[in-house]
Ligand binder design. Structure first.
Ligand code: KG4
Ligand code: ZN
Length: 361
């Protein structure tokens, strides 16, 4: 046993008896450098986020190499800020957690290496956390009473999943996108509408001024009985509508187009996820949560709330600050793992395509 392993074993032995378990969490899976300290999985003592948006705007999307470089430059300051805001030193922590996938491999490696270095230096338990599980756990921060089982729609830039959260560490995939993720479709349509990166929030802003019933985008696949999604056809239909109008010299109302596209996607997400929740047995059929970057979209939050309510289902969605990438949600997801002793060795690697169903060890 190495000195590090001995220090970790001693910490883990006492963890169950500790009234305050404090985890420093780090997130660098895409374009936010984030660190947070979370107590007992639910109480956020600090939440520092440095966004790289201005760096990627000139390119219209995230440039992986620029993202990695910026994470390297900022991670030290962001972690220091999280510790300062929580008024804690490394010695007062109980573990270090970090996103190890899915995400951009170079970006993930920055957070992972930094977290390993800290854990080793401070003799603290180390945990890798799944990014999708973290997005789901964002709901625990906003609803102290929420416990599994529940059904959850995760809609982000890389994923659109309907997941049955059977337990804190057990997930079952009910539905998924066959092509583009919902956020990805928002970003691509935003780009053809001439909106700057990040497309999702900018498209939502434009859609607020538009008429969502002006243009119709039918989608045969999504009208089926299953729980899988397809957004690529809708995206192409919007792009074609815009190009055809340009060629014919027809004036298209961009706000109406944005609103109609948003309504199409939101209705599909809300309809399928509420139907998926209804089909679950027991408690999971009475609770529906929303997670991932697209959960910041007000039209989606409202549509899901209305449909869930009509079906007698309680609806949950995270506070806005926990919707897009942050580290507080990582600290929440890591808590249960730490209590169960599911720590990782310092050889843990980044896994760009890590699946949520691999989460249980
Ligand atoms: O979860 P997230 O921050 O990063 C990933 O894990 O992918 O999600 C980012 C995605 C982007 O596609 C972004 O455009 C989308 O979430 N997004 C939105 C909104 N805010 C973020 N999409 C629609 N409306 C929004 N308000
Ligand atoms: Zn994310």
């Amino acid at each position: 046993m190495t000195n590090y392993e001995r220090a970790v074993a001693e910490k883990l032995e006492k963890i169950q008896q500790k009234p305050h378990v404090r985890i420093l969490a780090i997130e660098t899976s895409c374009d936010e450098t984030a660190a947070a300290v979370v107590e007992n999985g639910r109480q956020v003592l600090s939440n520092a986020v440095h966004t790289q948006i201005p760096l990627h705007v000139p390119f219209g999307g995230v440039v992986p190499e620029i993202a990695s470089r910026s994470h390297v430059q900022k991670i030290g300051a962001v972690v220091r800020l999280a510790l300062e805001q929580a008024n804690l030193s490394l010695a007062e922590l109980d573990a270090i957690a970090v996103t190890n996938g899915p995400g951009l491999v170079g970006a993930l490696l920055v957070g992972l290496s930094y977290a390993k270095g800290l854990a080793y230096a401070a003799g603290l338990p180390f945990l890798g956390v799944n990014h999708i599980a973290s997005h789901i756990a964002a709901n625990y921060l906003s609803y102290p009473e929420l416990e599994p089982p529940f059904t959850c729609l995760v809609a982000s830039g890389g994923h659109s999943h309907i997941i049955l959260v059977e337990d804190y560490d057990r997930y079952r995939l009910i539905g998924r996108t066959r092509d583009d993720a919902a956020g990805e479709a928002f970003d691509k349509v935003a780009r053809v509408l001439g909106l700057s990166y990040p497309g999702g929030p900018n498209l939502e802003k434009l859609a607020r001024e538009g008429d969502p019933t002006r243009y119709r985008f039918r989608s045969a696949f999504n009208e089926g009985e299953g729980y899988d999604f397809s957004f690529s056809g809708i995206k192409t239909a919007v792009v074609n509508r815009l190009h055809n109008a340009e060629q014919a010299g027809e004036v298209i109302d961009r706000a109406d187009l944005a609103a109609s596209f948003q309504k199409t996607v939101v209705d599909i997400l809300a309809e399928k996820s509420v139907r998926a929740a209804r089909s679950q047995e027991g408690e999971a059929g009475t609770k529906l949560a929303l997670a991932g970057g697209v959960s910041a979209n007000r039209a989606l939050r409202e549509a899901m709330e209305t449909r869930a309510k009509a079906a007698g289902i309680t609806f949950y969605c995270p506070d806005f600050k926990y919707c897009t990438d942050n580290a507080a949600m990582v600290g929440s997801a890591a808590y249960g793992k730490l209590l169960r002793g599911q720590t990782d060795g310092l050889s843990l690697n980044a896994v760009p395509y890590l699946s949520i169903e691999d989460d249980r060890k």
